[in-house]
Design a protein around this ligand. Sequence first.
Ligand code: PLP
Length: 379
Amino acid sequence: MTKGYFGQFGGQFVPELLYPALYELEKGFEAIKKDKSFQQEYQRLLSDFAGRPTSLYFARNTSEYLGFKVYFKREDLVNGGSHKLNNALGQALLAKYLGKKFIVTETAAGMHGVATTMAANVVGLECKVFMGVKDIARQKLNAEKIQLLGGVVVPVTRGAGILKDAVSEAEVSWIRDLRNTHYLIGSAVGPHPFPAIVAYFQRVIGEEAKKQIFEKEGKLPKAVIACGSGGSNALGIYQAFLMNKEIGLSFVEGEESAAFKHGSIGIFQGTKTYVLQDEFGMDRKTSSRAAGLNYPARGPQLAYLYSIGRVKAYTASDKNVLEAYTKMANLEGLLPAFETCHAIVELFKRKGKYKPDDVVILNFSGRGDKDIDTAIKLC
Ligand SMILES: *Cc1c(COP(=O)(O)O)cnc(C)c1O
């Protein structure tokens, strides 16, 4: 496999002036993997600050309703309310290791912006968060949280004022001061080495889940279901189960932003992958209500796993997502993020499809407090 590629996917489709920064990042990434004090500090922050390990929760009511055993990997319990902090802490430490002073990033639902501001504070770096104006409006709580935490929210009006536009603006800001700035990307997307770095810092999810399911059930699951766009929470849990070919790995994207279902292979934001594009290779409009899934491309590693059939892709529509939100609230007393609800929609569709003793793990990627306003308006 060529460096930075997963099959034909990945690579570094960036302006030449970015190569030195990506090279520096790659060297730093290789170094911290073997650096004992880095690893110790990362583990300390994961356990004492983020609250890991997160529980693997036997969802009894959901299990009874569906006719098989359902476990939730509770990433909603991570400090900040989603899996995003695992990656944010790792990359903030990496930025510090590289001697950077500033963090720039993008956010959509705001979960990554909150997590990155928290991580920057912990490590002692300044943080600027680019956020589309449309997302600021629908995820007001998180935009305000970032500011309360001392981060700077920069509203992005270009394009559609959504995630991909925020990514573009954050990149511009990064390029202006490569020496002192780290671009802390929020998902397993972008040019090499970003997808590898994000997957590395998220793999703790699957490592814990595999150990926990052995302790609780003494066997592996039949299926693992995760939602996503770039695929950071999905890869985070899949990696531990990739080698066990009999385990079905299911990925659920938004019907309104379905790059696997409706897209094709192209180049987007520095990487070769599946993207929703028009006949000129420009990205098409997406309109998922889950801001965190409203991205027209998938990450390259996820694209590869999908292309070889190891990961199967499904979609969930905004309408079904709302139903899943209230159903999960009533059934389990949990409010999932709209993003997470996509995985839950697929889970519910499998009612009666497994044997009573079969185990299915759902990656419960985040909590839904941020979506309450929208849910109240629509339910
Ligand atoms: C950001 C986010 C996602 C989607 O991002 P991935 O990188 O694809 O995992 C899913 N769920 C929640 C709760 C999120 O915050």
